[in-house]
Ligand binder design. Sequence first.
Ligand SMILES: Cc1ncc(C[n+]2csc(CCOP(=O)(O)OP(=O)(O)O)c2C)c(N)n1
Length: 664
Amino acid sequence: MTSRKTLANAIRALSMDAVQKAKSGHPGAPMGMADIAEVLWNDYLQHNPANAKWLNRDRFVLSNGHGSMLLYSLLHLTGYNLPMSELKNFRQLHSKTPGHPEYGYTDGVETTTGPLGQGIANAVGMAIAERTLAAQFNRPGHDIVDHHTYVFLGDGCMMEGISHEVCSLAGTMKLGKLTAFYDDNGISIDGNVTGWFTDDTAKRFEAYGWHVVRGVDGHDSESIKAAIEQARAVTDKPTLLMCKTVIGFGSPNKAGSHDAHGAPLGEAEVAATRLQLGWTEPPFVIPQEVYDGWDAKAAGAARESAWNEKFAAYEQAYPELAAELKRRDLGQLPADWQQQSQAYIEKLQANPAKIASRKASQNALEAFGPLLPEFLGGSADLAPSNLTIWSKSVSLGDNPAGNYIHYGVREFGMTAIANGIAVHGGFLPYTATFLMFVEYARNAVRMAALMKLRSIYVYTHDSIGLGEDGPTHQPVEQLASLRLTPNMHTWRPCDQVETAVAWQQAIECHNGPSALILSRQNLAQQERTAQQLADIARGAYILKDADGQPELIIIATGSEVELAVSAWGRLSAEGHKVRVVSMPSPEAFDKQDAAYREAVLPKAVTKRLAIEACIADYWYKYVGLNGTIIGMRSFGESAPAEELFKLFGFTLENVLDNARTLLG
Ligand SMILES: Cc1ncc(C[n+]2csc(CCOP(=O)(O)OP(=O)(O)O)c2C)c(N)n1
């Protein structure tokens, strides 16, 4: 039988050879963590290489994503759809082996990692999802959802602030099936970490309420095994395994040094490492007995078919639950969704109300929530302001089968945890904070967009309209930057009807996250025909119009639509032909066919005015260089909202002045 060392050396050889061939990459971490990975993957990980999406698989996350060759080696060796040609193509265009693991590119890559600290956050999300799904669906004698979440992380992840946010929450939530392997090699890019990272990490995690196993020899399989056993024995706390490893293990001149971190070892050192490891094969050649030692295909198929039998028994006993679990796993909406959501929107249109869009959002949750048990909501300690709790919200703290997470003041952690929940499957996460604090969550928002995740962001207090809290809390540039993020779907609704449509569209969106940009202040309801109601979902539509070709088009979003409509009334009375376009989602509008876009914004009409209480520059795209924008060009101020709207020109008089100047 092939020794464990030889099995681990296969990872080392593949990693150093792939990095060498690519002329870039990180050989050190894969070489250092190879022994740990070998024990975890060969002795513990419950997975099936033939079905990377098997519902009950253990989740594995490489938070130190720079060590991507570790994961690619594991997937290749254990039998996933990742042939050697892909390893030879490491970091090349259209390969399944990009520089960092990318969700959706490679079977078996559970999440995109690379920005340090977010993989551990995603893993916390996966562990929350597993426990919640289990609580919602398992029945006595039927443990259908029952898997572990394992995560590797290094000093970089530990230093990142987000690791504090999420590990603190994981401790509080007692996520007993989460096991983190800390690659305690004492090295980061700049060298030995003693100059910049001297925390007592074990004590830190104990303070969070974690179970910590100290002194794991990351190169001794018995020590690793014993540590994993200890982790599994403690079921009411997440476990951190403090694994002492040597970065670049096996490299005679670069092991233990940052020289092994982020560059190829070099031809001569690769040869010397082969000698030291006793690895005699040429690059990208794995002996059959080594493949045999790693092959997880038969065991994986057996595991999944055993689970399938369990599921069949569950289906027999609980047919409705089983069907519901399948639906949720596939991310499908309930059969009556279309009809019910549409009926709600029509009802709102027929029953006008002047309410804040954040309140309208809560009403939408109240209407849609009963249809969507997959909702797993939460807010970063702003629930009473974000209005994210509805009458059937149940905190996971009170009931493990609940549907609401009190994330605490952890915007970045919350958003990255939601990413983990989304990739786990079975849930539709929504999270919330003030729009301003998207800044704190920014990179996790970007990762959700990059991964095209189904995740909904409720961002309230959307402009200077939040008033007295002042410029620290008043978003200016945030909305535009969300709109500029690829795969992001941004909605800034103008009344309760557009808010419900925004929720509906976000819920139906399967190719990226959606951001709902909501007001603190009340917004008047607009009148609409059935056609106008249907056109909201197209991102922009004609809300008010003139007979024939308009002389002027006013484009507005959210709280500024009211102003545009008032101006339209006055200008029309003066005999001008004016059109008002409500544009809750420019991105959705841009995706409409050319005929629709031309019908709403005819190219011939060049007199255009945009009104939005956020950064002005975004709107040149729609008004052109000769157009006029009433928007923000500075940060806000602390004062009541009405005074601020006056100060910054969001008044009927100013809109009329600008419109008249354009009309000439
Ligand atoms: C948020 C973020 N900042 C910086 C980097 C660049 N970076 C990649 S690896 C690394 C050092 C990581 O050190 P460690 O986790 O100890 O990894 P090791 O050197 O042990 O492989 C840095 C700074 C990154 N990937 N993500």
